[in-house]
Design a protein around this ligand. Structure first.
Ligand SMILES: Nc1ncnc2c1ncn2[C@@H]1O[C@H](COP(=O)(O)OP(=O)(O)OP(=O)(O)O)[C@@H](O)[C@H]1O
Ligand SMILES: [Mg+2]
Length: 325
């Protein structure tokens, strides 16, 4: 059963300069125990997509579609229900959050707080017991309850942020770039940890990254975003071995595969920048940078369509069988 089900979700910001449709018609679901990765370049709407789940967007933004958390549409929730769902049903490890720990408060105290606020009948003692268990679960010694943030490494702080997000036993955990500031070895450990936690707790997990290679070995499914839309999605290994959308191929080509002499996707980079969502090109948003673009791509709106079992892509060429897996 899907613990998170996003149905035709759109979000538009409304700054003074004009509307910015940052997320457009996204369909994405996460089952209990499943790890889903979302990859795409900076500005493609990844953090905005996460903000829809807990309604953490500005008041002036307009949303459309449905975001079902454990079957309940968050867009229909009253504020007191929404507050309970935050932490309780769905929790977020925010982008860059490892710098947001309170520098003058011990780790234990910071972790105890949400438990005391959100868990009925919790006492200081029961909450601290839970915090120790959580530290153990994220692979940290329990003595760290007495540590201050500056005494921990970046990787250890990120583990604390994960423990913090788990304090109220959410059904779905949303991780926004959980490893970006960390070295590659620690990145791998953190992703391994997240996957283990998702399986152990039968919790759904959505992991956002601009680095597709980071996600490929730790996710069950991957969705690729471009200019606010999901342009391809499918099982991680399948998508990684047979990327269908020209953007996915370009994104993969941007990362070298060390030791893989047979890699079909030699590092090439991708010329140009993604479009500003407030000023999108006509037709397929990717066409100005796409090596496969034809006249049709400049005029026809593309939609995500099935291309193989469990695989979808939004590209008229792929949908016509060119480059399909
Ligand atoms: N509060 C806001 N008001 C207006 N525009 C916004 C606001 N927040 C984000 N945007 C715009 O929405 C688009 C998507 O931003 P978002 O932060 O979701 O991208 P992202 O994929 O998370 O990027 P990154 O990888 O850099 O974190 C960007 O063009 C951004 O400028
Ligand atoms: Mg972001």
């Amino acid at each position: 059963m899907a613990v998170l089900d996003m149905r035709d979700v759109s979000l538009t910001y409304h700054p003074a300069e004009g509307p910015v449709p940052a997320v457009r018609h996204v369909n994405l679901s996460v089952d209990a125990g499943e790890v889903v990765g979302v990859a795409g370049e900076s500005g493609c709407g990844k953090s905005t997509l996460i903000s829809t789940v807990l309604r953490l967007y500005p008041k002036s933004a307009t949303v459309d579609g449905e975001v079902l958390v454990d079957g309940e549409n968050v867009f229909d929730m009253k504020w007191n229900r929404m507050r309970a769902v935050r932490w309780g049903e769905a929790a977020v490890v925010f982008q860059g959050a490892l710098h947001s720990l309170n520098p003058i408060q011990r780790i234990g105290k910071q972790l105890v707080e949400p438990i005391l606020v959100h868990e009925k009948g919790a006492t200081e003692a029961s909450a601290m017991k839970k915090v120790r268990e959580l530290l153990d679960q994220v692979g940290l010694p329990t003595r760290h309850v007495n540590a201050y943030p500056h005494q921990l490494s970046g990787g250890q702080k990120q583990r604390i942020m994960i423990a913090l997000a788990l304090t109220c036993d959410p059904k779905v955990l949303l991780c926004d770039e959980p490893t970006t500031a960390l070295d590659v070895m620690v990145q791998a450990q953190i992703l391994d940890l997240l996957k283990g936690i998702a399986r152990e707790r039968a919790m759904g997990m959505l992991i956002i990254s601009h680095d597709l290679s980071v996600l490929s070995s730790n996710c069950d499914r991957i969705a690729i975003m471009y200019a606010g839309q999901v342009v391809e999605q499918g099982p991680a290994l399948d998508l990684f071995q047979n990327p269908a959308h020209p953007y996915t191929r370009a994104l993969m080509g941007a990362f070298p595969t060390i030791g893989d002499g047979e890699s079909r996707y030699a590092p090439t980079g991708l010329p140009g920048d993604p479009p500003f969502p407030g000023d999108l090109p006509s037709g397929c948003s990717f066409h100005p940078r796409c090596p496969m673009a034809t006249d049709e791509c400049r005029t026809v709106d593309v939609v995500l369509e099935p291309i193989a079992p469990g695989r979808d892509a939004a590209c008229i060429h792929v949908n016509q069988g060119v480059g399909a897996p």
